[in-house]
Design a protein around this ligand. Sequence first.
Ligand SMILES: Nc1ncnc2c1ncn2[C@@H]1O[C@H](COP(=O)(O)OP(=O)(O)OP(=O)(O)O)[C@@H](O)[C@H]1O
Ligand SMILES: [Mg+2]
Length: 68
Amino acid sequence: MNVEIIDEGLGIDETVKEKIFDDFYTSKESGTGLGLSVCKTLLDEHNADYKLINNATKGTTFSIQFKV
Ligand SMILES: Nc1ncnc2c1ncn2[C@@H]1O[C@H](COP(=O)(O)OP(=O)(O)OP(=O)(O)O)[C@@H](O)[C@H]1O
Ligand SMILES: [Mg+2]
């Protein structure tokens, strides 16, 4: 089963693509940097594959593949 979450935000710079899943990595003034690290832990527990793709137009697609 595949799930895609598509936004029209700023997109994610290639140079930080790996870092954004780290604990406490944030570019926000008052972010915890825990949102995506919790997501990663949950996805790993479910053996899901996932990738981030910068949209051709605007924003990011977070593509998740659950093995069923
Ligand atoms: N959809 C997105 N588009 C662009 N950048 C993103 C996106 N999701 C995450 N990021 C980048 O990854 C960083 C880490 O995200 P994460 O959700 O782990 O923490 P946060 O959003 O900064 O903090 P908090 O979860 O406390 O609000 C963000 O600060 C931002 O730089
Ligand atoms: Mg967040």
